[in-house]
Design a protein around this ligand. Structure first.
Ligand code: FE2
Length: 279
């Protein structure tokens, strides 16, 4: 059970904003490493032109196969009609996922440590295991909207324990598509579940509760280095980035090892890459 003032606040609001959690040097190294990964990424395999159906299957395979790998994913608006990139590759990537924290030593260090362990314990996540990491670019001009959702949609456990650790690597504000959250919204039901059957995935509707609107949601404008932690049921959203500035962020998704992790979750580990916690 949460044991501190932070824990109480997390229970009440469904999220915490912790400025200055990461220092400038650590952030600079992470950004540099992400740039190197993108630089080494050969997109030729993933931008080939297929029939629509075949392209969807290829995209699914690429996505599902990324659970224990480091793969780059393009922004939807990155391509011109003829399939070519509209701008430099480095400005076309939406995110890198999903096992950076286990495969890359620098990301491993950034993702773990006593401070994160203590924080996780203080919000009731005493036996955290880290399933997923994502480096999110939110590119200038074409950074896509991420519609209202709850992260428990993608990480179903009983009891529900998935918790998101969202690190601002640059200032995030209304101009470049910062996070929006609904304070207290983690008390609302899970609306959708993302279910994997073999090599296909589909969104399943669970509950018709409306998503928040401008009356109940607030933007989280934060400085680089801020850590935002939020509950798996907290509705959140981010607008497209139409500004000239990127909005890099890094996220981790953790569950408690004591909870049952659904076999229908898209992200599964086959044992070749062990699940680890914050220490
Ligand atoms: Fe999310």
């Amino acid at each position: 059970m949460p044991s501190t003032a932070l824990g109480e606040r997390f229970l009440q609001d469904g999220y915490l904003v912790l400025p200055g959690f990461k220092g400038a040097d650590e952030i600079a190294s992470l950004r540099q490493r992400a740039a190197e990964i993108v630089d080494a990424f050969d997109p030729s395999g993933s931008v080939s032109v297929f029939t629509t159906k075949e392209q969807a299957r290829t995209a699914d395979r690429y996505f599902l196969g990324s659970a224990d790998k480091i793969r780059c994913f393009f922004e939807e608006e990155a391509f011109a009609r003829d399939g070519s990139l509209k701008q430099d590759k480095a400005l076309s990537i939406n995110k890198i996922g999903h096992a950076l924290h286990d495969l890359d030593p620098l990301f491993d260090r950034f993702s773990r440590g006593n401070a994160l362990q203590a924080l996780a314990c203080s919000i009731g996540l005493e036996q955290a295991v880290l399933w997923q990491s994502m480096y999110i670019f939110k590119q200038p001009g074409i950074g896509g909207e991420v519609g209202w959702h709850q992260d428990a949609t993608f990480f179903d456990t009983q009891p529900r324990t998935v918790t998101t650790f969202w690190f601002a690597l640059e200032e995030a504000n209304l101009g470049n598509g910062c996070l929006w959250v609904q304070p207290g919204g983690h008390h609302s039901p899970l609306r959708e579940r993302f279910v994997r059957t073999g090599d296909t995935v589909a969104m399943e509707k669970l509950d018709a509760t409306a998503w928040p609107d401008a009356n109940s949601a607030i933007p989280l404008e934060v400085a680089a280095g801020t850590l935002v932690v939020f509950h798996g049921l907290l509705p959140h959203y981010s607008a497209p980035n139409r500004s000239a500035r990127s909005r890099h962020a890094y996220t981790l998704h953790a569950t408690d090892a004591r909870a049952h992790y659904a076999a229908s979750n898209w992200l599964q580990r086959d044992g070749s890459l062990a699940l680890r916690g914050f220490v």
